[in-house]
Design a protein around this ligand. Structure first.
Ligand code: NI
Length: 186
């Protein structure tokens, strides 16, 4: 059974996540659940805050978008305590969506080349240069660990235009075809 995805408006999505330590209990089971949840909701990435946990943990399987973005073919990444450096400051604009913002998609400018560092489930360190749409997915997911969402990168005018739709998500006035947890009533 997959886990509910926390939707926009929930404070857990705005908190900064803490690093995972090597003694964390149930890490493998949690990672498995996160993959299951991501696949069930047809996402290509999921960050722990989206299942209500402020821990530095991300799962990515970019293979479903490989037809449009060949660099994503077969790319499955479990990122624990990830961080990145920008290798080239030039930004590319592309449409992005998020499981925590159902029904929305906006153009977001992001850098195309990053150097990513992380540890895997065995806490082995990894370092890799990541490019293209995969670099976009990584930046989007790592934003979640800092309490950021892609709508934080769009213009005030665009944000004004989607204001009602954002409010509808935050006040549980949207139907979503995967299990979700709405923001608490204020
Ligand atoms: Ni997201």
């Amino acid at each position: 059974m997959s886990l509910p995805i926390y939707l926009y408006g929930h404070p857990v999505l705005r908190a900064v996540s803490r690093p995972v330590d090597s003694g964390r209990e149930g890490l493998k089971e949690l990672v498995e659940k996160m993959y299951e949840t991501m696949y069930e909701s047809e996402g290509v990435g999921l960050a722990a805050p989206q299942i209500g946990l402020n821990e530095q943990l991300v799962v990515i399987d970019a293979d479903p978008v490989a037809d449009s973005f060949p660099e994503c073919a077969g790319r499955k990444l479990t990122l624990i305590n990830p961080e990145y450096e920008i290798l080239d400051g030039e930004k590319i604009v592309c449409a992005e969506g998020c499981l925590s913002l159902p029904g929305l998609s906006e153009n977001v400018a992001r850098v195309e080349h990053i150097l990513l560092r992380w540890v895997d489930e065995e806490f082995r360190p990894h370092e890799e240069e990541i490019s293209g749409f995969l670099a976009r997915i990584v930046q989007h997911e790592l934003d979640h660990l800092d309490g950021k969402l892609y709508i934080d990168h769009i213009s005030p005018i665009r944000k004004q235009l989607i204001r009602t739709r954002l409010r509808n998500i935050a006040t549980a006035k949207v139907r979503v075809d995967y299990p979700v947890r709405y923001a608490p009533k204020r």
